[in-house]
Design a protein. Structure first.
Length: 75
C-alpha cells in the first residue's frame, strides 16, 4: 500500500510564527517544517515588514548599548 502524506490545514502563519521565523533567519537556524510552512502559506509582505521592524530594533539596541558602554567608561 502506498503511504499517504498527512496535510495540515492550509492557513497562513500567525503573527508570532512569522516573528519567530524572521528571528530564526537572523541567526540562520530554522526547522524544515517551519521553512516549508513559511514558503507555502506565508505572505512575503508580512515577512518583509516584520524583518524591517526587527532590524530597526536590533540597530537601536546596539546603538543604545554602545552609548551606555561609552557613558559608563567616562567618554
Amino acid at each position: 500500500m502506498p503511504q499517504t502524506e498527512r496535510h495540515e490545514p492550509e492557513s497562513s502563519p500567525t503573527l508570532w510564527q512569522t516573528v519567530s521565523s524572521v528571528a530564526a533567519s537572523f541567526f540562520g537556524v530554522q526547522s524544515s517544517k517551519a521553512r516549508k510552512r513559511d514558503f507555502t502559506h506565508g505572505k512575503a509582505a508580512h515577512f518583509i515588514v516584520i524583518g524591517v521592524v526587527l532590524t530597526v530594533l536590533l540597530i537601536l539596541t546596539i546603538v543604545l548599548a554602545v552609548r551606555f558602554a561609552l557613558r559608563s567608561a567616562g567618554m
